[in-house]
Design a protein around this ligand. Sequence first.
Ligand SMILES: Cc1cc2nc3c(=O)[nH]c(=O)nc-3n(C[C@H](O)[C@H](O)[C@H](O)COP(=O)(O)O)c2cc1C
Length: 174
Amino acid sequence: MKFAYRILHPKLAFLLVTKHEDNTNVMTLAWHMPVEYDTIAIAIDRENYSYELLSKSKEFTLNVLSIDNLDVIWKAGTTSGREIDKIKELGIKLEDGVKIGTPHIKNAMAFLECSIEDELKLKEHSLIVAKIVHAWADKRFFKETWLEGCGIPMHVGSVFFTTNSKYISVKKRR
Ligand SMILES: Cc1cc2nc3c(=O)[nH]c(=O)nc-3n(C[C@H](O)[C@H](O)[C@H](O)COP(=O)(O)O)c2cc1C
């Protein structure tokens, strides 16, 4: 039962960027789902520094870095912005938001700008429901879907990740 939730994995590992006043932070986030075409939900531990920032600013960005950045993805998910400046230490370059005040990651394969609409407080985590107010994806990697083999990082569980190496179509290809 302890690992039942991992039956839902692999899940795309995002970098969640949060900003409130002069404080900006990044953390890894794999617990997310679409709930409407323009609305998503994320699950975040209320102990996380990122939670403190997004509950004040009411917004965040979700950024996809390629699997080549696994060290950054891992470090952002295993250290806290309360202890170190992860943006600086991980060499993350940020760009100003398009529709919101929270920045996104400059060399991301895609990013979503999200504005918080609702929160459900569970035991340790909060389910945050947010509207996608702006979305961008690099056409080299995403055209209606992620392109086969483009190298998105997917968290399997524990220290294991995988990527989208091979697609299978319901229609036979010629
Ligand atoms: C691959 C991966 C996925 C993660 N997904 C989540 C998640 O969905 N929600 C969450 O609250 N924490 C998740 N974490 C843990 C946070 O990233 C971690 O607690 C981080 O240190 C919080 O940083 P902060 O205190 O700077 O916000 C994940 C960690 C890893 C490595």
